[in-house]
Each structure stands twice: as C-alpha cells, then as structure tokens.
Design a protein around this ligand. Structure first.
Ligand SMILES: Nc1ncnc2c1ncn2[C@@H]1O[C@H](COP(=O)(O)OP(=O)(O)OP(=O)(O)O)[C@@H](O)[C@H]1O
Length: 388
C-alpha cells in the first residue's frame, strides 16, 4: 500500500509539472501566433441603417454603395460623380483591413476575433483595443453594447467575462489573479475620473514609474474587483458619470475619449512566476473633420483637441511601427496615458466603425483612410514578414 501511495504521489507530481510546462508552452505559442498576425491590427465594422434613419424611404435609397468582395478583408465603396462634360461615372474607393465585418455581424462574432487578445492580457501583455469613427458610427455600441441584452452586450463586458472564466481555469495550473479596474475620460486634453464623485474640477496628473514601468493617474479611483458583477457595477457608474458630463457639456460623451483600464496581476504558486498585463478598451471621440463640423467657440476648441489627439495617436503608432528612436507619446494626453500599453511587447487592435448612410459618405472615406494609415504600420514589423 505504502509503495503504491508513493508511486501515485510521484505520478501526481509529474503530471502537475507537465501541466505547468504545457501552460508555459501555450502562453509562448499563443503569443507567437498573435505576433505573426501582427501586433497592430485593424478591423472595419459597418453598422446597420437604423429604422429612424430611413424617413419613409427604402434602405437602399439612404445608403452608400458598399460592396464586400468575398475574402472578408475588403470593402469597396462607390460614388457616382459627374464629369466636366456632364457624364456620370462611378468613382471607386477600395480598402483592405485585417477583417471587415458587415452590418449584420453580431457582437458575439466580433468578440470571437478579439478574444485572443484578451487572453494575452491574462498572459501578461499590454493590450489596447480602440474604437475609431465619426459620431454615431457605432463605437459605443461596439465597446459597451446594450448592457441588459445578452446578445448585444459589447466588447468590454464580454472581455471581462472571459477574463474571469479563463482566470478560474488557470487556477488549476497554479495561477491566482488580482484584478483592478479604472475608468477615465479625456476631454479637451484634461483627464477626468469616471468612477469618482463627479467632481469635474479635480485635476489629475498622469505619472509613469520608470523603474516598474507602471502608469498611474493621481487622485483617481482604482477599484479591486473579484466578480464580473462588480465590474458591471463599475461600468454602470462610469456610464452615469459620463451622462452627467454629457448634459453639462453638450453631448460631451461623443466629444471625449473614454478609457477603461483593467489591470491583471497573476502569481503562480507552483512555479513562482508572476505576470502583469493590462487591457485598455478605448472608445475614441467622434472623428468629424473641422470643415464638416461647422464648429465655432468652445465647440471649435473641442474639435481641435480631438483632431490633435487622434492624429497624435496615428503618429505614435507609425513611429512604433517604423521603430523610430523617438515616439511622440507626450504630444497628447491619450498617448501619454497609454504610453506603456502602446509599443514594446504590447498588442493593438483598432476598430474603424463606419456608418452606411449616403449622407456620411465623405466622413466614412476619411475614417477608412485614417484606418488604412494605421493598418499600413504593421507591414514594417519584423515578425509579420516571417514566412511560414
Ligand atoms: N452594429 C449595430 N447594430 C445595431 N445598432 C447599432 C450598431 N451600431 C450602432 N448601432 C446603433 O447606432 C446608434 C449610434 O451608435 P453609437 O452610439 O454606438 O455611436 P458612437 O460612434 O459611439 O457615437 P458617439 O461618438 O456619439 O458616442 C445607436 O443607437 C446604436 O445603438
């Protein structure tokens, strides 16, 4: 009996060791797969026409001519234009991204494609997922979705749910995670705490610790979370605070960037390994061009601040992709806040959300051009060019 117990004990220890080794291998391979896909990826999502947008006309009459060639990566917009001689000719605008989601794509389908990135945050990487697009193009729908509708909940609650499920599974392999959430808003280049008491006058400063590589924002609320329900409450509070800002400052929500920061620190009791990853989910401010917005006064200032920070974001991504010695993180609050999560070993995904409406055609083309610029950045990364 004693001998058998010893043998079983040995077998148990050996199989535990093997499981831990397999977990390390999974982490390594998972990361290699993502690096091969590219550390900067762009997904395009077209939203459907809303019933309120047809004004009694057929959907076809109010939408742009959008075609989807069959490889899921391309989107072609066509506009009829009149030549100097008065002839009507089609002007074709083709674009290609890592993936294009048509207007009937469900939240679930979209999440499937980003769930690997969420896993990376648990494995100790910094991940940024952005939603870019003009006001009303579906950024908030993509990120937050409809909270009380299971089918329509967005990427943030889905990511949180996956993190809790995956961290539970990793417990068997010795991992224990601590998680904390923070929700910030950047409006007119000032940071506001969406989990605070709603005091808009409080000043917050972004600080980077050079030794630990950690970022903190002074005087902001960081909430330790143990269950998805706690995160749900945290998101609700942020939404309420955003809504308060919106009534005070004229649709402030679409004029500000909102950044949900979820920090995950893991420690393995078997191997004594530790890991720290951050998942940043960012709903960017509406990208309308200045000339189109017809803005004056405060509104003009807002639009200028938005344009500046969005172009800083693309400059930072381009500098990282080109491996430039200087990356201009400091040029905007958003890039400065995300400094440690953009670049290095981090992973970035950008959704370019577009409206299908013919009235929005010019803005749609501008958004697709911006996204193309971001998408081109990955071509230069060494890992992407490896042939398999
Ligand atoms: N994929 C979708 N399916 C169904 N409805 C959608 C979809 N995307 C967006 N909508 C709806 O379109 C409207 C505008 O979307 P949303 O508020 O997400 O835009 P936004 O880009 O976040 O705008 P803002 O910049 O003003 O915050 C909302 O009523 C939203 O519910």
């Amino acid at each position: 009996m004693k001998h058998e117990i010893e043998v079983l004990k040995e077998q148990y220890t050996a199989s535990n060791r093997k499981r831990v080794q397999e977990e390390s291998l999974r982490r390594k391979m998972h990361n290699e797969i993502l690096e091969l896909k590219g550390n900067i990826r762009v997904f395009c999502r077209v939203r459907p026409v809303l019933t309120t947008e047809t004004n009694g006309k057929s959907t076809k009459d109010v939408t742009s001519d959008i075609q989807y060639p069959d490889d899921e990566r391309k989107i072609i917009l066509t506009q009829q234009s009149t030549t100097a001689l008065g002839n009507t000719v089609p002007k074709i605008y083709p674009f290609a991204f890592d993936k294009v989601f048509q207007d009937n794509a469900s939240q679930g389908e979209i999440f499937e494609d980003i769930s690997q990135l969420v896993q990376s945050a648990l494995d100790g990487y910094n991940v940024c997922i952005f939603a870019y697009g003009q006001t009303g193009s579906g950024k908030t729908y993509t990120m937050e979705g409809i909270p009380d509708d299971k089918e329509k909940i967005g990427m943030i609650p889905r990511a949180v749910k996956q993190i809790f499920l995956a961290s539970k599974e990793l417990e068997e392999k010795g991992w224990k995670y601590e998680m904390e959430g923070q929700y910030l808003e950047i409006y007119n280049e000032t940071v506001r705490d969406l989990l605070g008491n709603g005091d808009l006058s409080k000043k917050h400063e972004i600080k980077h610790n050079l030794h630990t590589g950690k970022t903190s924002v002074t005087d902001t609320t960081v909430i330790k979370v143990h269950t998805p329900e706690q995160v749900h409450n945290l998101l609700k509070k942020a939404q309420q605070n955003r809504a308060v800002g919106a009534t005070l400052c004229n649709e402030r929500s679409s004029r500000s960037h909102s950044v949900f920061i979820f920090k995950l620190s893991g420690i393995n009791s078997i191997t004594e390994d530790t890991c720290e990853g951050t998942l940043n989910l960012i709903d960017l401010a509406g990208s309308e061009r200045l000339s189109q917005s017809g803005a004056t006064g405060d509104r003009l200032k807002e639009t200028q601040a938005i344009n500046k920070s969005l172009s800083c974001l693309s400059d930072v991504i381009a500098a990282l992709a080109n491996k430039e010695p200087h990356v201009p993180y400091r040029n905007s609050k958003l890039t400065y806040l995300l400094q440690n999560s953009l670049g290095g070993n981090s992973k970035t995904l950008m959704f370019v959300n577009i409206s299908p409406l013919a009235n929005n055609f010019q803005e749609t083309i501008c958004s697709l051009r911006f996204a193309t610029k971001v998408n081109k950045c990955q071509i230069g990364t060494a890992k992407r060019s490896i042939k398999i």
